[in-house]
Structure formats: structure tokens, C-alpha cells
Design a protein around this ligand. Structure first.
Ligand code: ADP
Length: 389
């Protein structure tokens, strides 16, 4: 399909109706780019804002064929579309971005570890384990994780004895997936290096950020990572650029990293889509990760990834133990208290532990940004006092 000959923009298919697809819609609107969405159910986060949507199962090839009809390019809100379906879409002439050969490294942690080791990139010691015996041989304590299907810390266990291996193996058997054992990394903090890469090979690297996870869920991101040694920052960006190039990633690649207590960087895992650790870019960078994802998958020149302010803090809004949070009713207080606050809600109801939105606060002073963002997120989640204020 020749784009140059037409003044009509191409239609981009997005598979998956979560908040990442919803947040792609904002820059898509600004760029005048029509999206077509495959949503899991009527009314899910992205279906609320993308009128051209179809409801169906992304594991069904006929559904994928129907939603991608007339769409030159296909991209994703999640990494769960079966590889054989991606090949079928590519064979039918769609540009699948990222493509199946790249995406498998974000779908399968054993494949990812093999590829990174082949590239000589620093990883925790690891081994695929078939039985509790294998884990004993690997050595305790260690981390055992399912090779496929994990997210937000589900499918990750710290194990210290043979008995503790029972649950991971039972889970893996039920899900028909393998398990990977990794050394329990003694880390100072978690970092993330985000790059956008286009099929032509142009790449843009965002500043390396620090992310804080609680119970496997990203809670907070500080951009750039405070006090990160410049050589480690450069190494982290270089790792992300190397992975993106070597695996032919198109769109956003997030490389989750550990900064160890002895000052090394190790790769934890890869995501090939806009990522929670990049949400700060919506308000804190010249070009957001969502816009650069769209530009990259359409092979357009990328936008500048540079920060707009010395610091940006992103804090996720998570449902607390009670579901009586203010969300919408939290606006008057949150916005009056902090006119510079940027709020992003996903159109989801508050449920305990569920990510329903995030806030970004940027400015000159890190402590101030942290206080403002934390306060607002807690307020929207209904964790703070009297909401009648
Ligand atoms: P998910 O696919 O659920 O995001 P991850 O592999 O990123 O799973 O693991 C979730 C969290 O578990 C990580 O953010 C980190 O805090 C912890 N973790 C994972 N692997 C290790 C490891 N090898 N050593 C120490 N902690 C780990």
C-alpha cells in the first residue's frame, strides 16, 4: 500500500482494549489517524474512546482477520496474540508491528533469556526447570517464574525450599507453560529503558527511569532515575537500543532492568508496546511514548524523546481495600490543590488492586513532584480522609 500517493491516512488496527490502546487514541486523534480496535468486551477502557471497534476474542484468527480488514498496519495493546495468528496476518499482507519474531521475546521469558545471552547482554543467572529437583540443583533462594502468561507479578515466586516449588509447578502445569529459575537478584532499585524504533531503523531513546513495584505492580516512576551514574544510564540505553535493533522491534520497547547493590545492570524483562514506566512521557517528554509508538509502527519520523522538565513523577492510581474511592468526585480537590497536575483516568471502576489511572507531576524539585503526585494518586484512590473537602 503506497501512502505517499494518498492524502487519506492509513487505518491502524489495535488488538486489545485496555488503557494502553485508550492512550494511543489521544495522539492518533491529534495526528488525524483512524484506529480500529479489537476489544475484549463492550465498554472496556479503549472501546469507550475508539468508536470503530469490534468485540471479540484475540485468540480467534477469523476475528483478527475481520478487525484488520482494510488496515495496512496492525499493532497491540498486549502481547498475548498467538504467534501463529500473527504469521497468518503477515502472510495476508498486513504489516504486523512488532512482528511475530520480535514479539515472541516479550511473550516467552525463556526465549528472551536465550536471545539476550546470545547478544552478550547482562542477565541474572537462569535455567529452565522441569521439576523441583532441577530447582534444588539450581540453588536456593531463587526466583521461579512462568515463561509465558505472567503479568503484574502473577507467575513469579521467590522460593527457598523444595516444598515451596509445589505451587509454581502446579500453576505451570495447569497453564501448560514452562518454568524458569533465576538467581534472586540483590537489587538497589528497578530501572526501565524505553526506546521507540521504526521499521526503517530510526530509534529514539528516552531517559532511563526508576520504577517502584509493590507486590509486582508498578506504583511509581521517577524520570530521570535520580543519581544514576552516567555510565550506567548510557549502558541501559545502549542495551535497549541493541535489543531493539537485534530483534527488529518496531514500536516501543521497554527494557526492565535491575540496578544491583554492587553497581551492575541486569535485564529483567522486555515489553514491546507502550509501558507503564513510560506513562510519564505523556506530560514530561516532548513526544509521548504513545505518539512515538504510532509514528514508529507507521514508519514515520520519530518525535524527540527529551524531557520537558528536570523531573517528572508518575504515580498509579490503584483501587484500595474499599471501593468507595472518589475518582471523579476527587477532581475538585485534586485540581484545585495542584493546577499543574496531569490526570489520566482509564474509564475503569475502582476495584481493590486494580490500576484505574495515573497522575503525572513535573517540575524543578523532585521532592515537590513526589509529594504532589503521591497525594493526588492517594486522593483519587480514596485513601485520604474526608472527601467532602
Ligand atoms: P511480570 O511479567 O509479572 O512483570 P517480572 O519478571 O517482571 O514479572 O517480575 C515481577 C517482579 O518480581 C519484578 O518487578 C521484580 O520486582 C521481581 N523479580 C523478578 N525477577 C527477579 C529476580 N531474578 N530477582 C529478584 N527479583 C525479581
Amino acid at each position: 500500500m503506497t501512502q505517499a500517493a494518498s492524502s487519506i491516512p492509513p487505518r491502524l488496527a489495535v488488538i486489545g482494549g485496555g488503557q494502553l490502546a485508550r492512550m494511543m487514541a489521544e495522539p492518533a486523534n491529534a495526528l488525524g489517524l483512524p484506529l480500529r480496535l479489537l476489544a475484549e468486551a463492550e465498554g472496556v477502557s479503549a472501546a469507550q474512546v475508539i468508536p470503530d471497534h469490534l468485540v471479540g476474542d484475540y485468540r480467534d484468527l477469523a476475528t483478527l482477520q475481520r478487525v484488520t480488514e482494510g488496515c495496512a498496519v496492525v499493532t497491540f495493546d498486549h502481547e498475548h496474540v498467538p504467534t501463529e495468528h500473527l504469521h497468518a496476518l503477515a502472510a495476508a499482507g498486513h504489516a504486523v508491528r512488532p512482528g511475530p519474531e520480535a514479539l515472541v521475546h516479550a511473550q516467552d521469558k525463556a526465549v528472551m533469556r536465550q536471545a539476550l545471552s546470545r547478544l552478550g547482554l547482562p542477565c541474572p543467572r537462569h535455567s529452565v526447570v522441569e521439576s523441583a529437583r532441577d530447582v534444588v540443583a539450581f540453588g536456593f533462594p531463587c526466583v521461579v517464574k512462568t515463561t509465558r502468561g505472567g503479568y503484574d507479578g502473577k507467575g513469579v515466586w521467590v522460593v527457598r525450599s523444595e516444598e515451596e516449588c509445589a505451587e509454581p509447578f502446579a500453576t505451570a502445569e495447569r497453564a501448560a507453560v514452562q518454568l524458569l529459575a533465576e538467581e534472586l537478584v540483590d537489587f538497589r532499585r528497578e530501572l526501565s529503558a524505553l526506546v521507540a524504533r521504526s521499521p526503517s531503523g530510526q530509534a529514539a531513546a528516552y531517559p532511563v527511569v526508576e520504577s517502584t513495584q509493590v507486590d509486582g505492580i508498578c506504583r511509581e516512576v521517577v524520570a530521570p532515575a535520580p543519581d544514576l551514574a552516567p555510565d550506567l544510564a548510557a549502558q541501559a540505553q545502549q542495551i535497549a537500543l541493541t535489543v531493539a535493533g537485534a530483534l527488529d522491534v518496531t514500536g516501543i520497547l521497554a527494557v526492565e532492568l535491575f540496578e544491583t547493590t554492587d553497581g551492575r545492570i541486569l535485564v529483567n524483562e522486555l515489553a514491546m508496546r507502550p509501558h507503564n514506566t513510560g506513562h510519564w512521557t505523556q506530560d514530561g517528554a516532548i513526544t509521548s511514548q504513545f505518539e512515538n509508538h504510532l509514528r514508529a509502527v507507521l514508519d514515520l519520523p520519530l518525535g524527540a524523546p527529551h524531557p520537558r522538565a528536570p523531573w517528572t513523577v508518575m504515580v498509579n492510581i490503584l483501587g484500595g481495600p474499599s471501593d468507595a474511592g472518589p475518582l471523579w468526585s476527587g477532581y475538585p480537590h485534586a485540581l484545585a490543590r495542584d493546577p499543574q497536575l496531569r490526570v489520566h483516568l482509564y474509564g475503569k471502576e475502582l476495584r481493590p488492586g486494580r490500576k484505574v489511572g495515573h497522575v503525572n507531576a513535573y517540575g524543578e524539585d523532585l521532592a515537590d513532584c513526589l509529594e504532589r503526585a503521591r497525594h493526588a494518586a492517594a486522593w483519587f484512590a480514596g485513601e485520604l480522609g474526608d472527601h467532602s473537602e
